[in-house]
Design a protein. Structure first.
Length: 105
């Protein structure tokens, strides 16, 4: 909040001013389909990094499989970037080519 000074009989009085701030842009984190990553591994990733229960993780995994991509969540830019990095790193550690990307919402 910005305060504006007003001159009043040799005194300064602070009056509240309005400042408009926009919330930060949000980013979708998506998993992309490939022909090599096992479906069970995708479910594990969704549970481990996105806190999904098995039922929801299975629905997202099937969306990725059928439609080519699926939204895992929507986050501020730094959180989304961290999630992408974690998923890709985890997939590579387990020798899977699973792709995870982010795009502005």
């Amino acid at each position: 909040m910005i305060r504006m000074a007003t001159h009043k009989q040799d005194e300064f009085v602070l009056e509240p001013g309005r400042t408009r701030t926009r919330p930060p842009p949000l980013y979708k984190v998506l998993l992309l389909n490939d022909d090599f990553t096992p479906m069970d591994f995708v479910i594990v990733v969704l549970q481990k990094f996105f806190g999904m229960d098995r039922e929801r993780a299975t629905r997202i995994m099937l969306q990725v499989h059928r439609e080519g991509s699926g939204v895992c969540g929507v986050f501020p830019k730094d959180v989304a970037a961290t999630k992408v990095e974690q998923v890709v790193s985890f997939a590579r550690q387990h020798q899977h080519p699973l792709a995870c990307v982010m795009e502005e919402n």
